[in-house]
Design a protein around this ligand. Structure first.
Ligand code: ADP
Ligand code: ZN
Ligand code: ZN
Length: 802
């Protein structure tokens, strides 16, 4: 086995294969599959992943591996296989998939250091190398006579640890620890000999006679009210010992979380959890769709299922949309499982992320709660995978590899024979359709655990407000209810649904929205050309000066930001204290948590924000939720816009009246009759599902059809159109009759960074070779891609159509 098969870090299509390298003798014993190496590649030195070993190669004159970057594999066999599948499924490179599975720190080369554990006996060469020190650099080892195999053995037995030196502001934290160096009876003897007037010294020794465990120096000195100089003689006489201990950069202090214990489940919860528990007990893979209204106790079910998994000695992965947005969620997992939980999300520094990842790799935790990429947690004995709020689009990665965490979860669930639980109050049409067909198991929770009804939703027709002379962005009824709630000392959440704002055109008199005659999707306003365009079929028309429906000249495109709403609020309700939460006010790390804490502590009456306030928040004192503009998302050029509107309205409504106080919701809209607004106000998911499924069927969209989006971009517009045209043409020669190919169509953002973007959309039902076709076709443009800066991106099952 002296040949390694390596996936190298060269981002080009033709490199999606392994290369053979000779393993030099010095690496023979240590090199394993799943490690990263440095290899020569042409004139360069590049990094790569070892994916296999063999005794022979079909090439002779192999080059040698230059260096081994890891001393323990960073990817398990399962993850190597998974990465290959991800790359093939999303039409990307193996190397890209592997890199996506690792924390940032491991994506580039970092310096390593070796840390010896306390009180271990190392082989002579290594003892020599450390020469009494706790930490040495890896380079020192490389330049020494010590052998790799010795080091590796010491690592495997836990005598030496390897650490990557993260060059970020926050480097590894170390604490000075003090521990007794002698047994208790010897300490007692020593104690007797310490002069009486050295009372502090006596106190310290007395402490360690009682407490033989190590304690942090600062803590000890503070506790006994003394200083380092008192310690010194005790250290000098070898009664005590000092050493450095590494502490993880723990962004969460476990002591801050109050311990919780399992609640007695309601009958509905019991019914829902039973199949999950059975699958855990029988080690059986199943996908369970947990459809439960907000406040119905889904999270408690997750917690108790995980409890079972931990008891079996297995591990759990929990995905939440973007954990920075839900500190309350972290609290619930840490509260139940304490230090068994690692937390991974984008707001952590790269050092913190790496520490959390390492806890998983070393099996020091059994649970990871994290955002999308936590789905690649290097556990090797997974017992359950949970995706909370499974309908959230953040589970789809919008960069290569464009994977969906749900697909990865199911793949890993199959591998580990464990259940995958998808939880939501408003499941995606895709998942719910699968549950209805029996592909997934459906579990339903339709009661809140506190038996409160969902808050009543009042729809306000903003056209009538206008006709009554109210030109502000607040309807009269919302104004009145806000004043009343604040008057009672209760709190208000206001949602400004800003996404897609200012792109669609609407008549303020009649609510008419100009749509494409061929696609049933709102046209998008292009400011430069003053045109309305369809982003699916290239249809376009001039921006009208009067409403085509009622001839009013109050036809406008929209533009309102949270800042403007805040200003308006201060004018209309000067006594109200407002906290504004949007990308601007939450940019700084921890700002998000701080604002929420202030609101929870009732330092404000109104929490005003964008989508980010809709999720997971749970405030006892909130009795009124106002949605300022329910329609703004409805007219995005996206076939999922109705679904997203329904989800958002349902979610934000769930923020009111979660506790004793009864809640109420006001939804302001110009299209009160739209089915997604009307049905969301009644919490009628089933009806919405039926209606939306009909639309999807009619317009050939998921879940009836699969989609593939090919986007071509280049600085020359003619070239982009030509290439896209050719791709369409080549596709049409290969695909089945019922498959639809649309395009070339300009992308919704037609020019980005001086590059023109055109796209082609494939809608297919049964096209087993589709990936092979796309690969083969895009290969034909390889030269243009390599030499002429042409870019072709493929998104299988796109969520983001821009
Ligand atoms: P969801 O995740 O579906 O929104 P949660 O799990 O957050 O629901 O539950 C809502 C509230 O009900 C929480 O405060 C939770 O502690 C409480 N709860 C959940 N299950 C029970 C139960 N079986 N008995 C009493 N309270 C419960
Ligand atoms: Zn009109
Ligand atoms: Zn169209």
């Amino acid at each position: 086995m002296n040949i390694a098969k390596v996936i190298v870090d060269v981002p080009a299509k033709e490199i999606n294969q392994t290369f053979d390298y000779q393993i030099p003798d010095r690496f023979q014993e240590i090199l394993s599959i799943g490690m990263r190496v440095i290899v020569p590649f042409g004139p360069r030195k590049i990094s790569g992943f070892v994916v296999g070993k063999s005794t022979n190669s079909s090439f002779d004159k192999l080059k040698e591996i230059i260096d081994v970057l890891d001393l323990t594999p960073v990817l398990t066999n399962e993850l190597l296989q998974l990465g290959k599948w991800v790359a093939e499924d999303t039409l990307t490179l193996y190397i890209t998939a592997y890199q996506a599975m690792l924390p940032q720190v491991l994506k580039s080369q970092y310096k390593k250091e070796l840390i010896r554990e306390e009180h271990v006996q190392l082989p002579m060469e290594l003892e020599h190398l450390f020469a009494g020190r706790d930490i040495i650099t890896y380079e020192e080892f490389e330049h020494s006579t010590a052998r790799y195999s010795q080091l590796q053995k010491a690592i495997q037995s836990g005598d030496i640890r390897v650490d990557y030196i993260v060059k970020s502001k926050i480097t590894k934290k170390q604490l000075t620890m003090i521990r007794p160096a002698k047994e208790a009876h010897l300490l007692e003897e020593a104690y007797a000999e310490i002069p009486k007037k050295a009372s502090k010294q006596r106190e310290i020794v007395a402490y360690f006679i009682q407490n033989p465990e190590a304690i942090e120096q600062g803590k000890l000195l503070k506790m006994l009210g003394t200083s380092r100089s008192t310690l010194k003689p005790l250290l000098d006489s070898s009664l005590l010992r000092t050493y450095k201990a590494e502490v993880y950069r723990n962004p969460y202090n476990d002591a801050d979380f109050e311990k919780t214990s399992p609640l007695q489940l309601t009958d509905q919860q019991k019914q829902a959890i039973t199949p999950i528990q059975n699958d855990i007990a029988n080690e059986k893979h199943n996908v369970v769709l947990l459809h439960g209204i907000t406040g119905s106790g889904k999270t408690e079910i997750y917690l108790q299922a995980i409890q079972d998994v931990i008891q079996k000695g297995k591990e759990a992965i929990v995905l939440v949309p973007e954990i920075a947005l839900t500190p309350q969620m972290v609290k619930r997992f840490k509260g139940r499982f304490g230090s068994k939980v690692a937390v991974m999300h984008s707001a952590l520094s790269s050092g913190e992320k790496y520490d959390e990842w390492r806890k998983i790799q070393r099996k020091e935790v059994q649970v990871v709660v994290g955002a999308r990429s936590a789905i690649f947690a290097p556990f090797e004995n997974i017992g359950i995978i949970i995706i909370d709020e499974e309908h959230e689009t953040t589970y789809k990665q919008e960069d290569q590899p464009r994977y969906h965490a749900r697909d990865i979860a199911i793949k890993r669930g199959q591998y580990y024979h464990c259940p995958v639980v998808l939880g939501s109050a408003t499941p995606t049409l895709e998942s719910f359709a699968r549950a209805q067909k029996g592909v997934y198991h459906l579990a339903t929770l339709n009661k809140r655990t506190n038996n409160q009804d969902m808050p009543e939703v009042n729809i306000v027709d903003m056209r009538e407000e206008l006709h009554a002379g109210n030109r502000t962005m607040f309807s009269r009824s919302l104004m009145k209810k806000m004043e009343e709630a604040i008057g009672r000392g209760e709190q208000v959440v206001l949602l400004l649904n800003r996404r897609g704002y200012s792109t669609f055109v609407m008549c303020r008199d009649c609510g008419h929205v100009t749509e494409c005659p061929h696609c049933d999707i709102a046209l998008t306003y292009h400011k430069n050309s003053n045109q309305l365009k369809c982003h699916y079929c290239s249809y376009e028309e001039k921006m009208p000066t009067e409403c085509p429906s009622c001839t009013s000249d109050l036809i406008r495109y929209f533009g309102t930001g949270t800042q403007r709403v805040e200003e308006a609020l201060t004018q209309l309700l000067p006594e109200a204290r407002v906290i504004r939460m949007d990308v601007d006010t939450t940019r700084r790390k921890g700002a998000h948590e701080k604002l929420l804490k202030q609101f929870a502590e009732k330092q404000a009456d109104i929490l005003l924000g964008t989508q980010m306030i809709a999720k997971g928040l749970d405030f006892e004192n909130v009795t009124l939720v106002g949605v300022l503009t329910a329609d703004s998302m409805l007219h995005l050029p996206d076939f999922r816009s109705s679904e997203k509107t329904f989800q958002l309205l349902t979610q934000v409504s769930g923020r009111a009246g979660r506790h004793e106080l009864k809640g109420e919701v006001v939804v302001q809209t110009y299209t009160p009759d739209h089915y997604s607004i009307e049905l969301a106000s009644k919490y009628d998911f089933d009806q919405f599902f039926q209606h939306e499924m009909k639309m999807r069927k009619t317009f050939h969209y998921p879940p009836y059809y699969f989609l593939a989006l090919i986007t071509v971009s280049h600085t020359n517009q003619v070239k982009v159109v030509q290439v896209t045209q050719q791709i369409v043409h080549l596709l049409l020669q290969r695909i089945q009759q019922e498959t639809v190919v649309l395009g070339p169509t300009p992308s919704p953002i037609t020019r980005m960074k001086d590059r023109y973007r055109y796209q082609c959309m494939i809608k297919y039902k049964n096209e087993p070779q589709i990936r092979a076709y796309i690969r083969e076709i895009t290969e034909q443009f390889r030269d243009d891609v390599r030499k002429n800066n042409l870019l072709i991106t493929v998104d299988m099952q796109p969520y983001h159509l821009m």
